[in-house]
Design a protein around this ligand. Structure first.
Ligand code: PLP
Length: 455
């Protein structure tokens, strides 16, 4: 495939697109936070302090730079003829198919990797937990007390990683923010993969630690940074993902374990997209790489993907889990996971253990998708062909148009634009699930090839 021209916002294509993009960039720059800061710096201290002169951008929500940029992008999208692909309303369980506005679509936009969301036993477990405990844990667990189902889930998750214990939080994103934000501080260093999830970055920012990204999956570059930097800091945290959510590839975990040991650093692995996907049993990158659970210091995961629920967890040694349970603000000052959500995740975990064939089905369909895409010369980046397979289009306008064209032909797939991915690396992101059929995959690739030719 031709490498598309790319620039600031990853838009590319016809001259008309490029002109429209230039206009967009100009308008976006005008409202950017840095431009507004420049303007404020020019204002005299006196004028800033005088109440009557407080500028609109400091007291009106519609003047926030981020909001203005959203409006400009929306208008720009309309000018480029790209309808917004976001916030579609699903009318039932989203798995290999979904229903939107009364129409059935082949669906590639859900994290329901093993089809456990909507599974009768998972739904039944949630209903029984509601009947027994109600819908909410009402307050934080240290204060309001425990529901046995919460603890059962933690024990079951600790078993997956073969570590001492586990703590469950109400959100995957908040798990990363509060764990990293609480454990690390200004004298520490956080080294993370350049494609790491936003929640890790936010946690790092909250901690006040020095934060350095290293090139994607490049353990040698990480090793070099540690040789140069390790001794300047107290604690060092290395953060990687089990499967990268935008690219669908995975790291060489054994190398990272060896490096973290050599430099006396902590290693954290975010398993959000790897649990239920990697390894024959679906126990994630630990099983896939054949490492011992204790060789990774913090196993992090989310309940929202394979486990058909909502929440996040950290699994590891007793000293870590107990510390977080008594002190991490996102646990101590936030409500405990609701009983139906704990019950559904636990039921999903049980099915994962009993039915490893789901993991195999997912992998088979992922491989089929990957091979067909490669045969047609589509750019799948570095995807391993498991749960996440991107089709990189380069420009955001093309990704938006392609997603809309696919939708019109009965396929629901989301486009991903900058800043979620690097500029010029916009894509359609396909999530595979175990119930996708061979026919659905080959039909999708045929339509994709057809629509890409029209761009
Ligand atoms: C790698 C990674 N970590 C953490 C999260 C946050 O998890 P949740 O959406 O369950 O809050 C996500 C969300 O997609 C993710 O992809």
């Amino acid at each position: 495939m031709n490498k598309p021209k790319s620039n600031l916002f990853g838009l590319s294509g016809s001259v008309k697109d490029q002109l429209a993009q230039k206009m967009l960039e100009k308008r976006l720059k005008k409202v950017s936070a840095s431009e507004i800061e420049k303007k404020s710096a020019k204002r005299s201290r006196k004028s800033l302090l005088s109440n009557s002169k407080i500028p609109d951008e400091f007291c009106r929500f519609d003047k926030f730079p981020g909001y203005q940029q959203i409006r400009i992008l929306e208008t720009g999208g309309k000018q480029l003829g790209v309808e917004t692909p976001f916030f579609k309303v699903h009318e039932g369980v989203a798995s290999n198919t979904t229903q939107i506005a009364g129409q059935e679509y082949i669906n590639f936009a859900s994290y329901n990797y093993l089809d456990l969301c909507g599974h009768p036993e998972v739904s039944q477990a949630a209903k029984e937990a509601i009947d027994q405990y109600g819908t909410s844990a009402s307050a934080s667990r240290p204060v309001a007390g425990e529901r046995p189902i919460q603890r059962d889930l933690e024990v079951a998750l600790a078993k997956v990683y073969d570590v001492d214990d586990c703590i469950v939080f109400v959100s995957g994103h908040a798990t990363n923010v509060t764990t990293i934000g609480y454990l690390f501080g200004p004298k520490d260093l956080i080294l993370h993969d350049s494609l790491i999830h936003n929640s890790i970055v936010q946690g790092g920012q909250l901690s006040g630690a020095k934060r350095l990204p290293f090139p994607h999956n490049d353990w040698q570059a990480l090793d070099d940074i540690l040789f140069q930097q390790r001794k300047k800091y107290e604690r060092v945290l290395i953060v990687i993902e089990g499967i990268y959510s935008m690219d669908g590839d995975y790291p060489d975990l054994k190398r990272f374990v060896e490096i973290k040991k050599r430099h006396k650093a902590f290693l954290m692995v975010d398993e959000a997209h790897a649990l239920g996907v990697l390894g024959d049993k679906g126990h994630g990158i630990k099983e896939h790489a054949g490492v011992d659970g204790h060789e990774v210091d913090l196993w992090m995961g989310t309940l929202s993907k394979t486990l058909a629920s909502c929440g996040g967890y950290i699994a590891g040694e007793n000293a870590l889990i107990e510390h977080l349970k008594f002190s991490a603000p996102g646990f101590l000052y936030s409500v405990g996971i609701s009983p139906p959500l704990a019950a559904s995740a636990l039921a999903a975990l049980k099915i994962l253990d009993e039915e490893p064939q789901r993991v195999k089905q997912l992998k088979d369909r992922g491989q089929q998708f990957l091979e067909l895409a490669q045969q047609h010369g589509l750019n799948i980046g570095s995807s391993a062909g498991l749960s996440v397979i991107p089709i990189i289009t380069g420009g955001s306008a093309n990704a938006g148009r392609l997603a809309n064209a696919m939708f019109k032909r009965g396929i629901n797939v989301q486009p991903i634009f900058y800043p979620a991915v690097q500029e010029g690396m916009a894509r359609l992101r396909f999530f595979i699930c175990s119930s996708h059929t061979e026919d659905q995959i080959s039909q999708t690739i045929d339509i994709l090839v057809d629509e890409m030719a029209k761009l």
